[in-house]
Write a protein of this length. Structure first.
Length: 445
């Protein structure tokens, strides 16, 4: 197995693309996603058998029925026993147990539900042979549509898999976020966003057709009143050494659109009052260039998975965003294998996080947990993402993400669609001509 558990330094950027013979493993011991097909030794992680292939009936834009609603809870990990399971807990979850005496994790049978369309599997196989890292880790070549490195060897390759994983082609959603304070006070923020994942455009032939832009994205604040109408337009570039992310912001008070190059890295996240950063949306987004990335290895861990009940419309934001931490009675955890990578801030680079450790689910390439260390070397914040398979796409993605401040014991949560409607991946009125500064200006009127 290609150094599956070896530490691989960021500087190993000259690794050759996978040989065709190795790529054939995506039809053998590896899944077409790139994860290990077999279960684990004790049977607590089953074999991957295709993910959700016969989903419940679903109307685009409606809530997703839980395919696993009849599963019985296996156990609860809490203050009385968490140290018994320490080897299967991420560092983020260990920190939450140490910080909150009432924190718990309800564990359910492992369901390897993640799946992708056949065309994404086909591109994974092509990408495995042709993709390569360029621009000192800041770009890739020779890949398109799905993950560039389904058989990765380095931390930066795994990070690019998270950034460019298949998420459908177009989407629209409206969701709630919240600032949640230790004393129970809560500030709700309503946000609408939409986008085009040009990276996965079925009408394009490859990365050379993209003009270095992987995503068109618009975000608009709907509430509270002090922020209503504020909007962002983002052209996310692939090689950010060649061209940095392009951002425009509409200010309703000034009634004008201006360039906003600071909306990236550790700039405060929209509506968060600095409780999270711009590059923490979707757990991590944007340029990887301020960190040196290393591959620590792979481990089994209890992580949020198949959180259909968490996303159920019967739950209000106040039911979910409880004081100190999310309502753990609503979150389902399962045992899965995760890749572990770490980013260390480069000399002379600036960011409020000196280190970031990410845990990436092997079946989706999505970062499901992270540890964020400050400049003093102290663990400051941890992140957790609740995930489902959006089985009409199909693709696994978040239905909520939390950023916990372990020092203040306040936290931020976003991507909650319980009081709105789920992501619409059949957004017919989303077209690329919407993603211009002029169109952003008209959106604000």
């Amino acid at each position: 197995m290609r150094r599956l558990f070896a530490a691989a330094a960021f500087c190993a950027l000259s690794a050759s693309p996978v040989l065709a013979a190795d790529a054939a493993r995506l039809d053998a011991d590896l899944t077409p996603i790139g994860s290990e097909r077999a279960g684990n030794a004790d049977g607590t992680i089953p074999e991957w058998t295709g993910g959700i292939t016969n989903p419940p009936a679903h109307t685009p834009g409606s809530f997703y029925a839980d395919p696993f609603a009849s599963d019985a809870k296996v156990m609860t990990i809490d203050a009385s026993n968490w140290q018994q399971y320490e080897k299967r807990l991420t560092g983020a979850h260990q920190a939450l147990f140490k910080t909150y005496s009432d924190y718990k994790m309800n564990v359910y049978p492992t369901r390897r539900s993640c799946s992708l369309p056949a065309v994404a599997y086909d591109w994974n196989k092509k990408n495995a042979v042709t993709s390569k890292i360029v621009a000192d880790g800041n770009g890739i070549e020779g890949a398109f549509y799905a993950v560039p490195f389904p058989i990765p060897e380095t931390g930066i390759e795994i990070l690019w898999n998270h950034l460019l994983r298949y998420r459908g082609f177009k989407f629209q959603r409206e969701y709630n976020a919240a600032q949640v304070f230790k004393d129970g006070n809560l500030v709700k923020i309503r946000i609408a966003d939409e986008g085009v994942f040009r990276w996965s455009d079925p009408k394009r032939n490859g990365v050379e057709d993209l003009d270095n832009i992987s995503i068109f994205f618009i975000q608009q604040v709907k509430a509270p009143a002090r922020l209503t109408g504020t909007a962002l337009l983002v052209h996310e570039t692939i090689n950010q050494q060649k061209q940095a992310r392009l951002v425009w912001q509409y200010s309703p008070s000034q009634r004008r659109v201006r360039r906003a190059p600071d909306v990236q890295y550790d700039n405060p996240g929209t509506g968060s009052d600095a409780m999270t950063t711009s590059d923490s949306l979707n757990v991590f987004n944007g340029a990887p260039d301020r960190y040196e990335w290393s591959l620590i290895g792979k481990q089994e861990a209890y992580i949020p998975y198949n959180n259909y009940q968490f996303a159920d419309p019967s739950h209000k934001v106040e039911d979910i965003a409880t004081p100190r931490h999310l309502n753990q009675d609503l979150i389902r955890y399962e045992l899965h294998r995760v890749w572990v990578i770490e980013g260390s801030l480069r000399p002379q680079a600036r960011h409020i996080y000196a280190k970031r450790k990410f845990y990436i689910d092997e079946d989706s390439w999505f970062i499901v947990a992270s540890e964020l260390t400050d400049g003093r070397g102290q663990l400051w914040r941890v992140q957790e993402a609740q995930m489902i398979n959006y089985y009409d796409v199909p693709s696994c993605g978040e239905v909520g993400t939390a950023v916990y401040d372990l020092q203040t014991q306040n936290y931020w949560v976003d991507s909650l669609t319980n009081e709105t409607s789920p992501v619409n991946f059949s957004a017919q009125d989303v077209s690329e001509d919407r993603y211009t500064p002029d169109a952003l200006r008209s959106l604000g009127h």
